[in-house]
Design a protein around this ligand. Structure first.
Ligand code: GAR
Length: 210
């Protein structure tokens, strides 16, 4: 990864509120990065509208009729055209192909609304309520070939209340995500993560160091 301001490409399927908070952090200067392009697989994704609001290039990449590999090649071309350093997934609901993961090896971040390895996959809030856990939360992790599996960068716990409903729990976890994601990206960029097994080893960047 190059020194200085990191170029982020966001890939989303949905609402885009995490994107909004990431953009705000970059614009306030608390995150030394720039969101340079936002891609979505849904034409009506809120993320595209948020990108437009902030004057960021937004592209609906239509997956119709394409295999996973073909679609990911389209995404890679669009991201490479913008010379992104980092790919940030916000509510992206497709599974990435192995060649996409390999192409951006250890440069893809994802946020999942649970404390992984608990409750991977879809419907993490309902899974947490059904299981009866007292704590759930959010996890930002690097993406590897398996779903919701790669090395963990940052986690924030959120208590589950006795009277929690799906909606109340979701609202509190997502509120935690809005701070957690920019913070995790900052941690990743500020330091130089090396991977030792499943663990990120954070060594503070030294000027002139390797
Ligand atoms: C977030 O809660 C994120 O954790 C979840 O989708 C939401 C996206 O919200 N991601 C997943 O469930 C992926 N497994 P947003 O579009 O408002 O940022």
């Amino acid at each position: 990864m190059k020194e200085g301001t990191a170029r982020i490409g966001v890939v989303s399927s949905g609402r885009g509120e995490n994107l909004r908070h990431i953009i705000k952090a970059t614009r306030s200067g608390s995150l030394p990065a720039e969101v340079v392009v936002v891609l979505a697989d849904q034409g009506d994704a809120g993320a595209l509208k948020i990108a437009d609001e902030y004057g960021i290039r937004s592209i609906f990449a239509d997956p119709s009729g394409l295999s996973r590999e073909e679609y990911d090649r389209v995404l890679m071309e669009l991201l490479d055209k913008e010379s992104v350093d980092l790919v940030v997934l916000t509510g992206y609901m497709r599974i990435l192909s192995p060649q996409f993961v390999k192409h951006y090896h250890n440069r893809i971040l994802n946020i999942h609304p649970a404390l992984l390895p608990s409750f991977p996959g879809i419907n993490a809030f309902q899974q947490a309520l059904d299981y009866g856990v007292r704590w759930t939360g959010t996890t930002v992790h690097l993406v590897d070939e398996k779903v919701d599996h790669g090395p963990i960068i940052h986690q924030v716990p959120v208590p589950v209340r006795e009277d929690d409903t799906y909606d109340s729990l979701k609202a509190r976890v997502q509120q935690a995500e809005f701070e957690a994601y920019p913070q995790a990206i900052r941690m990743y960029l500020d330091c130089r993560p090396k991977i030792a097994g499943r663990k990120l080893v954070f060594e503070k960047n030294q000027a002139g160091g390797n």
